[in-house]
Design a protein around this ligand. Structure first.
Ligand SMILES: CC(C)(COP(=O)(O)OP(=O)(O)OC[C@H]1O[C@@H](n2cnc3c(N)ncnc32)[C@H](O)[C@@H]1OP(=O)(O)O)[C@@H](O)C(=O)NCCC(=O)NCCS
Length: 181
């Protein structure tokens, strides 16, 4: 019997509010020990209120709610860049009770299919250097492409890795290989 994992595009105010609620719960639980309470306060207020999420959606970000048996357990957000032919994974956060059981991998498969359908061969994201999720992304096929510092205002700097993954279905055939039957 298939499990009851559901991934739905965030379209209405109720879904935006659910994503903002999850952001508060997950970020306070997970990020305070990594980056400190003041930076979490600042980032939530600046990037993850319902209003901020609504503005991001109007600028081309796509948010998705992850639910199990109709209960929200996480969310992610992506932004397609057709000119650069890549997809930015801007957010991917699961509730503590839903980690480590393959849900992140399911979300990544969903994102890869989305990128593949849109002809975007590269996925990329940024992740705090001290975040144990760096190892999870490596298990999911990402590699560290660069070290970056991002000034997010308010006196805060993000000390991150930029990680990248080639989307399997979009990998061009090597030069010189003749794929004709
Ligand atoms: C990162 C996150 C989305 C991954 O989702 P998840 O459901 O926990 O991951 P999965 O169970 O699908 O695991 C995927 C792979 O990563 C590995 N993995 C997961 N968490 C890991 C960790 N903390 N350290 C090392 N490996 C890890 C798993 O073993 C698995 O590899 P395998 O299938 O080869 O055994 C989730 O843990 C999360 O929300 N973390 C907190 C918030 C966060 O850091 N988000 C990323 C912000 S950039």
């Amino acid at each position: 019997m298939p499990d009851a994992l559901q991934i739905s595009a965030v379209c209405d105010a109720g879904q935006i509010a659910a994503a903002a609620r999850l952001a508060r719960e997950i970020w306070y639980e997970y990020y305070v020990s990594l980056i400190g309470r003041a930076q979490v306060d600042y980032m939530l207020e600046r990037f993850q209120t319902a209003r901020a999420i609504g503005e991001q959606i109007s600028r081309g970000y796509e948010y998705f709610l992850v639910e199990r048996s109709d209960t929200p357990i996480g969310y992610f957000a992506v932004r397609a860049d057709a000119a650069e032919r890549r997809l930015f994974i801007s957010k991917l956060y699961l509730h503590a009770s839903s980690r480590g059981a393959g849900t992140g991998r399911r979300c990544m498969e969903f994102i890869e299919q989305l990128a593949s359908r849109r002809g975007l061969p590269v996925l990329w994201l940024t992740v705090n250097k001290g975040n144990p999720s760096v190892a999870a992304y490596q298990r999911l096929g990402f590699r560290i492409a660069a070290e970056i510092e991002i000034d997010i205002g308010g006196g805060f700097l993000m000390d991150d890795y930029r990680m990248e993954k080639q989307v399997a279905a979009c990998i061009p055939e090597p030069r010189g290989v003749d794929s004709r039957p």
